[in-house]
Write a protein that binds this ligand. Structure first.
Ligand SMILES: Cc1cc2nc3c(=O)[nH]c(=O)nc-3n(C[C@H](O)[C@H](O)[C@H](O)COP(=O)(O)OP(=O)(O)OC[C@H]3O[C@@H](n4cnc5c(N)ncnc54)[C@H](O)[C@@H]3O)c2cc1C
Length: 250
């Protein structure tokens, strides 16, 4: 993603005007004297003529839990302002539900076993019935520069996370790949490095109409996978929404 963003920035018209704030969370926004003021979690105050929300986070109730705040920042910003577009954004986004994902990240350091696997990158999508039975979505095998291997098992859930014991994960994987020695060998040598919980990895309903992407009353825009771009995947929808918004603003 870093390389991808670097390339995008290089082709922009004024790359030097782009500032990054890493590990910084916007926790509140207010509109004052026709300017947006964005407060960050490290108490910085950013002022801007326009503001773009690249994610639904500060418009969705999940932010209350994530940011440990009492109300939805976008709702607060528009408490005393009449803006039909933002009203619709809030009404619909609040109802949006998300697919949750849990990633199990394994490492195989035995170079001989990895070498025998003979594939540098392999992405396997599990069938619907395996997903229904075990929540397994896909598994990715990726050889590292040092010849070791990272295996990532993606599990996805509609409602709550289901914690699967490590032993059970390996049992299921061995059953799925029971005919394939090269996979079984990898599983025998895999150790868990970490797990990642994605509380809201993908919106699954109440996608927003693209007509809601920009409000010229308040100079606020939105882009991301929470917009409806037809049959495209979520990643493609997110990109299309950004391109569309950029064209509106040029
Ligand atoms: C494990 C996993 C696998 C996936 N696989 C697929 C797939 O195969 N195909 C597919 O189509 N989709 C997939 N998705 C979904 C896909 O990743 C998302 O739909 C896509 O990344 C959404 O892009 P986005 O730009 O809308 O949002 P994001 O990529 O979430 O970007 C939003 C940005 O806004 C920033 N941000 C949000 N709130 C704040 C705040 N308050 N302050 C500061 N910054 C903030 C975030 O840090 C982030 O940089 C997957 C998701 C996960 C987690």
């Amino acid at each position: 993603m870093v390389n991808f963003c670097d390339e995008l920035i290089k082709v922009s018209t004024k790359p030097n005007n782009i500032n990054f704030l890493f590990q910084t969370l916007a926790v509140s926004i207010i509109r004052k004297n026709s300017l947006w003021e964005v407060k960050t979690n490290d108490q910085r105050l950013l002022k801007s003529k326009n503001v773009i929300l690249s994610s639904s986070l500060i418009a969705h109730p999940r932010c209350i839990d994530i940011m440990k705040i009492n109300s939805i920042p976008l709702y607060d910003a528009f408490k005393n302002v009449k803006d039909d577009i933002v009203d619709s954004i809030l009404r619909k986004t609040i109802k949006q539900e998300y697919l949750k994902r849990k990633n199990y990240i394994f490492h195989v350091s035995n170079l001989k076993i990895v070498n025998n696997f003979d594939q540098k990158y392999l992405h396997i999508q599990f069938s619907e019935c395996l997903h229904d039975d075990f929540s397994f979505e896909r598994i990715i095998f990726q050889m590292q520069r040092d010849g070791s291997m990272i295996i990532i098992l993606h599990c996805s859930y509609i409602s709550t996370f289901v914690d699967i014991q490590l032993e059970q994960i390996f049992q299921i994987l061995r059953r799925i790949f029971f005919k394939e020695k090269k996979y079984l060998n990898l599983f025998d040598h895999a150790i868990l490095l970490d797990t990642m919980d994605w509380r809201a990895s993908q919106p699954i309903n109440n996608l927003l109409s693209k007509e809601l992407q920009w409000s010229s009353i308040s100079n606020i825009g939105c882009s991301g996978d929470w917009f409806d771009f037809g049959d495209f995947s979520r990643v493609e929808s997110a990109m299309n929404s950004s391109i569309r918004l950029a064209k509106i603003l040029i």
